[in-house]
Design a binder for this molecule. Structure first.
Ligand SMILES: NC(=O)c1ccc[n+]([C@@H]2O[C@H](COP(=O)([O-])OP(=O)(O)OC[C@H]3O[C@@H](n4cnc5c(N)ncnc54)[C@H](OP(=O)(O)O)[C@@H]3O)[C@@H](O)[C@H]2O)c1
Length: 333
């Protein structure tokens, strides 16, 4: 059996390109004591991976040049030397951008045999869904009367945020980068109002139009100009859940912060950054609720699926440029 693997060839300066990756082919290794051999079925490409391509220490270590890149992966066990994990079990873990991975058994999570498609554990039932839940419920502590505004609203996290806000009785508005995504926000993802930030003219005026009474909760995924425009539309005592700043991830230099920070004082705003992995206690609670909401038809889920590990670099680049609707996944076998 051959193992096709994607390695980091060089660190990007500015936008990521295909040249930053190299594809190698090796024999599949045998699992050692305590290890498990996994056939990888689905992997996730996520915005945070762009940060890991830089040589900077963060909450997660950088990728190393020449090494196989890492991702959230769902796979099937081929061989196991770890008690409690057996051949044909479905597992999930931080594994490689590759067809087969060897993992310490203790680092894998066994997945239940359920009716949910396996790839959902990387999206709505996984990290992005959890991020939406933690940001909205724990960080911003939404209340039913709130107006919530979401940036990158049609992506993996944003598409869930809108629906959760709606389920919790909020009014919700958002923004995305194409007309098709804007239509989906309103038709499928529970948004009361939405606009295309690429064709809208004044961002502050467009936000005012979709949130005429102002924003109580800003769920910020983008940063940059749209964040600044949203800041000017915050209501007194508004809360900002700082989830991501994707507008900045491919900048060669960190961008200056938003103008208008005085508003934080005058309007008594609270702004809090968060990392979803700091909130493991919310996982079981969220997943149980999400399964019920899906069954009741209150929570819908979309994926954009690329096929083949050799196409993972392009899927990653496309996602950073807005090619995905909902969660970007790569199907590996
Ligand atoms: N704090 C945490 O623990 C945590 C966890 C997961 C994700 N995040 C963050 O949450 C955000 C969303 O992540 P995701 O996984 O759900 O990704 P995603 O939204 O599925 O994909 C990224 C989307 O960002 C939008 N985008 C890219 N550049 C943009 C720009 N300059 N201005 C506006 N929109 C832009 C694109 O959509 P358009 O077509 O609409 O432009 C693209 O589809 C990211 O910032 C990510 O880093 C944080």
């Amino acid at each position: 059996m051959k193992n096709i693997q994607v390695r980091l060839a060089s660190r990007p300066s500015g936008w990521v390109s295909r040249d930053n990756f190299t594809i190698t082919e090796n024999e599949v290794a045998e699992p050692g004591p305590g290890q498990v051999l996994v056939r990888n079925l689905f992997m996730s490409v996520d915005p945070y991976m762009r940060g890991r391509m830089n040589d900077v220490q963060s909450y997660i270590p950088p990728f190393q040049i020449g090494e196989v890149l890492q991702a959230g992966v769902v796979g099937e066990v081929v061989a196991s030397n770890y008690p409690g994990v057996a051949e044909r079990d479905y597992v999930m873990g931080m594994l490689g951008w590759e067809n087969f991975s060897i993992s310490d058994g203790r680092l894998l999570r066994k997945l239940p045999r359920s009716s949910a498609p396996l790839s959902w554990h990387l999206g709505i039932l996984g990290m992005p869904g959890m991020t939406a839940y933690v940001g909205l419920m724990k960080i911003a502590a939404v209340k039913p009367s709130d107006t919530v505004f979401v940036t990158a609203a049609a992506g993996a996290v944003g598409s869930v945020v809108g629906q959760l806000a709606r389920i919790h009785g909020c009014r919700v508005a958002g923004t995305a980068g194409t007309e098709r995504k804007v239509a989906l926000l309103k038709k499928e993802f529970g948004y009361d109002a939405a606009f295309n930030y690429k064709s809208s003219g004044s961002l502050a005026a467009s936000i005012k139009q979709v949130c005429p009474a102002g924003i109580d909760v800003l769920f910020e995924n983008v940063g940059g100009e749209i964040f600044e425009a949203a800041l000017w539309n915050m209501r007194d005592h508004g809360r900002i859940a700082l989830c991501g700043m994707i507008a900045d991830y491919n900048s060669e230099e960190p961008q200056p912060g938003p103008r208008g920070m005085m508003l934080m004082i005058g309007r008594r705003l609270t702004m809090r950054g968060f990392i979803v992995t700091d909130h493991p206690e919310a996982c079981d609670e969220y997943v149980a609720k999400a399964i019920a909401w899906v069954a009741e038809g209150k929570l819908v889920y979309r994926e954009t699926i690329a096929v083949g590990v050799e196409n993972a670099p392009q899927a990653f680049i496309d996602m950073l440029r807005g090619g995905n609707t909902g969660k970007q996944i790569v199907r590996l076998s």
